[in-house]
Design a protein around this ligand. Structure first.
Ligand code: GLC
Length: 736
């Protein structure tokens, strides 16, 4: 009875509201109770052609036009995937100099990927979305999900690794939880922006199978499962078309095949012609050259490709009106979902809750690569040491700033050195050991220090220390982990290899921590008893690192990309220059579908540290996998279960991974591919049973002859392991 009364009350209220709004003559587009599509249609019917065209262009560095006459607001955007970038000036890259825009620095997305935990992606999206909302930004220019094809790519730190399934599982949670705040994501850079060398002109040639099996799946998930409200077109070309003007990737795949109903935003300056961008799927052209008034008169915003010339082409009829109506509808939909969404919260900014989230994600992403059993340097037992020497510029260098668009002005960044001093007090001493130059963009600035004297000083001090904590790696300088340029070597920069070799000669107790967004060669690996991959960890960096070093947190991160022994072991670098970085701006992805561990498996190459690898301070035992029946039919499903036990003395988290491979495929296929994973926490001695459900789509491949995904009957293997090479149990199954 109570329910019926509630329903009657609700419908009376809704009717009253509708009547009221109509009685008050609120136009449909302004009425938040109206369905979005009705509001879009109504707004479109009230707009002039000039107003529709204006929606498609920037009005400032990070905003696009609204419709002032109708009270439809502008769209405000900001970088980036790791935090809300500081306010930028109206018409230059210069910071606006605000004093209220220092944000929470979240760990880089490569660290999020290393958590292998969709719950962390959800927490990340919620927290960062609240900060964008509080800063009145309607669109977050991120997350980045380009596949890790080469360890030289300067922007790998902004992305989620080499495997499309891992990226898909994480990006969907990230997107949904950002957009729950009424803030749109703008997933980038669509498509095939897998390097920074010649990023605005390289023309990628790629097979249909590599396109559909490796480079598109995460985007498909972002659109079909994440329901991303905007996508950023990339600078590079794909088969001759620019990423912001592509019949294939924008009009066909994104908007037609996947039914994307949001807006495509260009990367800054990514449009190249009126006809190509208008007809090639671009909706909002962002750029960077003018405020349309003073110095920018030569190329004012309405001189943009989707500005005056586009309006002219529409008026002349060389572009149909349906084209602008589609663009304007998409942009209005984006506005109603964000700037005119009256249901959205007010967000929050720089809160302890967000700092705690950043720390939790970082804690889960740090990867323990080596912990020599004899020495067991980790976790650090403070009472064993009187003199702990910290060496390395990354122990003190700010790593939330720099790196290009993802660089942040943060409210705080706890350095590893300060956190170690807080934890271990007087025992901690420091010497820099090596130095990079200042954090620059677009060019390398030399270091003011002498590498030899820094090294000599460190070696001298190391001889007196009980324990050395080395904190090095890469940084956000140009030609390191930085936009608009790639690395020039797989080796550590700034003569760190020489330094590490020298230190290992005078002291065997070295814990080596690498902070980076990329893999690095480790020629000294056998001489170092403990190695940690530490990522860019954000505002709580030092605290997270000490959480792991001290054992307050048991490491549970797993590598989201392969660490190769040498560059020649990488697929992209196993051919000629056409494969990377390209010749005369033409690049061919010759390794095709064999990216990362797929390449290693195909060539039997042993990685330095493999995809999915990461140690714990406890140990896990995998039992034998069991299954009900080992045949799978087209509409069937197949379940595998496996018991996992924590055989150590402390609680820990483990990522149980499922890979599947076809035994004798009719086309070349990877030996195995990640098709499932489950991160679990077990108390000492606790056992749990993990079950994976296998469905036919997990066995399928993209048939380029038929231009569709399909299965073929045959024998498959399901591999369950704690990394892509540490397989604990294998099951044969037949697909009929
Ligand atoms: C840059 C980057 C892109 C960023 C945009 C705005 O060129 O490629 O990731 O969001 O411009 O800063």
């Amino acid at each position: 009875m109570k329910n019926i009364r509630k329903k009657v009350l609700l419908s009376v209220m809704l009717t009253l509201m509708t009547v009221t709004s109509q009685a008050q003559n609120i136009p449909v587009y302004l009425d938040p109770n109206q369905p979005i599509e009705a509001r879009v249609k109504d707004a479109l019917s009230k707009m002039t052609l000039e107003e529709k065209v204006a929606l498609c262009t920037a009005q400032s560095k990070f905003s696009s036009h609204g419709v002032p006459r109708l009270g439809i607001p502008e769209l405000w955007m900001s970088d980036g995937s790791h935090g809300v970038r500081e306010e930028i000036s109206w018409d230059s890259w210069t910071p606006a100099g605000w004093t209220n825009d220092a944000c929470t620095g979240f760990p880089a997305l490569s660290c999020l990927a290393a958590t292998w935990n969709p719950k962390m992606a959800a927490l990340y999206g919620k927290s960062i979305g609240e900060e964008f909302r509080y800063r009145h930004k309607d669109i977050m220019l991120g997350p980045g999900i380009n596949i890790y094809r080469t360890p030289l790519n300067g922007r790998n730190y902004e992305y989620m690794g080499e495997d499309p399934y891992l990226t898909s599982q994480l990006v969907v949670q990230y997107i949904q939880n950002v957009q729950n705040n009424g803030v749109a994501v703008c997933v980038k850079h669509y498509l095939l922006n897998n390097q920074e060398t010649w990023r605005d002109s390289v023309d990628v040639q790629i097979s249909d199978r590599a396109l559909h099996e490796i480079y598109l799946p995460a985007w498909k998930a972002a659109v079909e499962k994440g329901h991303a409200w905007s996508i950023m077109g990339s600078y590079n070309k794909i088969r001759g078309e620019h990423g912001c003007e592509s019949q294939l990737t924008l009009n066909k795949i994104l908007k037609t095949d996947w039914g994307f109903d949001g807006a495509v935003v260009s990367d800054w300056g990514g449009a190249h012609s009126t006809m190509a961008s208008a007809l090639g799927g671009l909706d909002i052209e962002m750029g960077t050259w003018t405020n349309g008034m003073d110095k920018g008169k030569t190329f004012a915003y309405d001189d943009y490709y989707l500005g005056r010339n586009y309006l002219k082409a529409l008026k002349e009829g060389s572009i149909p009106m349906s084209n602008i109506n589609d663009k304007a509808s998409r942009i209005l939909r984006l506005i109603f979902r964000t700037a005119m969404n009256t249901n959205r919260s007010y967000g929050s900014f720089g809160s302890q809750e967000h700092l705690n989230a950043a720390r939790e994600i970082a804690d889960e992403g740090i990867v323990l690569l080596k912990n020599d059993n004899k020495k067991r340097l980790l976790p650090i037992e403070a009472k064993r040491y009187k003199n702990i020497l910290v060496i390395g510029e990354n122990a003190i260098k700010q790593l939330t700033s720099g790196g290009g668009a993802a660089g942040l002005k943060v409210s705080k960044e706890i350095s590893p050195l300060s956190a170690l001093q807080t934890k271990y007090g007087e025992a901690i001493h420091y010497t820099m050991g090596y130095a990079s130059g200042p954090t620059t963009y677009g060019h390398v600035a030399p270091s003011p220090y002498s590498a030899d004297s820094l090294r000599d000083e460190a070696v001298k001090e190391a001889q007196k220390a009980d324990l050395i904590i080395y904190i090095g790696g890469l940084n956000k300088n140009f030609r390191q982990d930085c936009e608009s340029g790639d690395r020039e070597s797989l080796n550590l920069p700034f003569k760190q290899d020489q330094l590490i070799e020298a230190l290992s000669k005078v002291n065997k107790n070295i814990i080596l921590t690498l902070l980076s967004g990329n893999a690095m060669a480790m020629p000294w690996k056998e001489k170092i008893p403990a190695i940690i991959q530490g990522w860019y960890l954000g505002s709580e960096a030092g605290n997270s690192l000490v959480d792991i070093l001290s054992g307050d947190v048991n490491p549970s991160g797993k590598l989201p990309f392969t660490f190769p022994v040498k560059l020649a072991d990488v697929g992209a670098h196993s051919f000629d220059a056409e494969s990377y970085p390209g010749v005369n701006y033409k690049e061919i992805y010759k390794e095709d579908i064999f990216v990362g561990y797929r390449w290693n498996d195909s060539k039997n190459i042993t990685a330095l540290f493999p995809f999915g690898y990461g140690l714990s301070y406890t140990t896990f035992k995998y039992g034998k996998a069991t299954f009900a029946k080992n045949t799978l039919t087209q509409n069937g499903e197949f379940k595998i279960s496996i018991p996992i036990t924590n055989t150590g003395k402390i609680k820990g988290k483990e990522v149980v991974q499922l890979y599947i491979g076809e035994e004798n495929p009719s086309v070349p296929r990877p030996r195995k591919e990640l098709k499932g994973f489950n991160k679990i926490e077990l108390a000492p001695g606790e056992t749990t049973n993990i079950t994976f459900k296998i469905t036919p789509d997990m066995l399928s491949f993209y048939d380029d002859a038929q231009q569709t995904w399909r299965n073929e009957p045959g024998k498959f293997k399901a591999y369950i392991g704690s990394s892509s090479t540490d397989i604990k149990s294998t099951i044969e199954l037949t697909f009929k």
